[in-house]
Design a protein around this ligand. Structure first.
Ligand code: F0G
Length: 349
């Protein structure tokens, strides 16, 4: 039985025997084959990290960060977030009995993420500024008010997030040829790369994957090589113009012989639809990893095997789907009405 990632990967994590473990048995998420690469003659597998307890990969880092904060007898935690970090921090703080202060950009956080944080009892403070400015405030506030910062600039977050690389290698029995990751604040791509390197040092794998970091075209500082002052994209989770872990991301790409890729909002939404066609409902930021892989494949530049990390659940951001769907009209409860409605719709196969 899966014991949560701290127990599963204890030798690779900064935990001691005495560290109190705050867990919701996160990790152990499905690694699935898909038909997505078939038109391009490549294999695309997906790591469905939306299956974590709060619906995003953030729980991997949060179990370690909150356990370490409890060990250090912190009085509470604080984060800046585009939504998912907040939802995860709020849930793990509730479990640890911590106060949780969440600073969010006042505009552009998906409603469900806000609802998750509210439900877990976090103190939510919208800030009238973009994410990067909100993160700066959170860092200052952590020092001033004696709270533990649980953004990915906290090394314990990165340590926990490394485990996604371990899990992929454990299932495949090797590293994949390439790993595609959506990039916002750049903690996750940094953590994944550290994870693969740890596994190689430990002799668990003998070669490393190529890293593909995917950003939304309107919020692509790492692709452009300079910060973006007004990031714009439908993928609100990665609407970040000045990634905090810039160097780590650049190093992951350089050392692995990989690349950054920018994808348009249309490409992101098309990838979201393609994933839904595989039964996988993800939020737009998640679909970016697949959109970037599709883009490389169209250019003939994709590796023959790519594992895409699907970072967050589609239910996190229903507005994006609703905005593009036609609301279904109701019918009377008769077979005739049903027959006429069915006759107007195409069958799937
Ligand atoms: N995918 C999703 C669903 C995210 O929520 C995030 C980041 C990323 C990808 C990018 O990961 O920042 O490590 O490069 N969300 C952060 C948050 C910023 O506050 O929830 P990253």
């Amino acid at each position: 039985m899966w014991r949560g990632l701290i127990e599963e990967y204890r030798p690779f994590l900064p935990v001691e025997h005495a560290t109190p473990v705050i867990t919701m048995l996160e990790g152990g998420t499905p690694l699935l084959p898909s038909r997505l690469g078939t038109p391009y003659g490549i294999r695309i597998g997906v790591k469905y990290d939306a299956a974590n307890p709060t619906g995003s990969f953030k729980d991997r880092g949060m179990t370690v960060a909150v356990s370490k904060a409890l060990e250090a007898k912190a009085s509470g935690i604080i984060c800046a977030s585009t939504g998912n970090t907040a939802a995860s921090a709020a849930a793990y703080a509730a479990r640890a009995g911590f106060r949780c202060v969440v600073l969010l950009p006042a505009r552009g956080v998906a409603t469900s993420k806000l609802v998750q944080s509210l439900a877990s009892g976090a103190l939510i403070i919208p800030i009238r500024a973009p994410f990067d400015r909100v993160l700066r405030l959170a860092r200052q506030a952590a020092t001033r008010f004696g709270l533990t910062l649980v953004n990915s600039v906290n090394p314990h977050r990165l340590a926990g997030q490394k485990t996604v690389a371990f899990e992929i290698c454990d299932v495949l029995g090797r590293a994949p040829e390439a790993l595609a990751v959506p990039v916002g604040n750049a903690g996750n791509i940094t953590a994944c790369w550290l994870g693969f390197k740890d596994y190689r040092s430990a002799g668990r794998i003998d070669r490393l994957p190529r890293m593909i970091g995917v950003q939304a075209a309107g919020a692509a500082p790492l692709v452009r090589g300079r910060p973006v002052s007004q990031p714009r994209t439908v993928a609100s989770a990665i609407r970040i113009g000045r990634p905090a872990t810039w160097e780590g991301a650049v190093q992951a790409i350089a050392e692995s012989g990989g690349q950054f890729v920018a994808v348009s909002d249309d490409e992101i939404l098309q990838a979201q639809v393609a994933l839904a066609g595989e039964g996988l409902f993800v939020e737009p930021a998640s679909a970016a990893s697949v959109a970037g892989t599709f883009k490389l494949a169209r250019e003939g530049a994709a590796p023959s095997e790519v594992i895409c990390i699907l970072t967050g659940h589609g239910l996190k951001d229903p507005e994006v789907v609703l905005a593009r769907a036609t609301a279904p009209r109701s019918i009377p409860p008769t077979l005739d009405a049903l027959a006429s409605r069915l006759s107007g719709t195409p069958s799937r196969r």
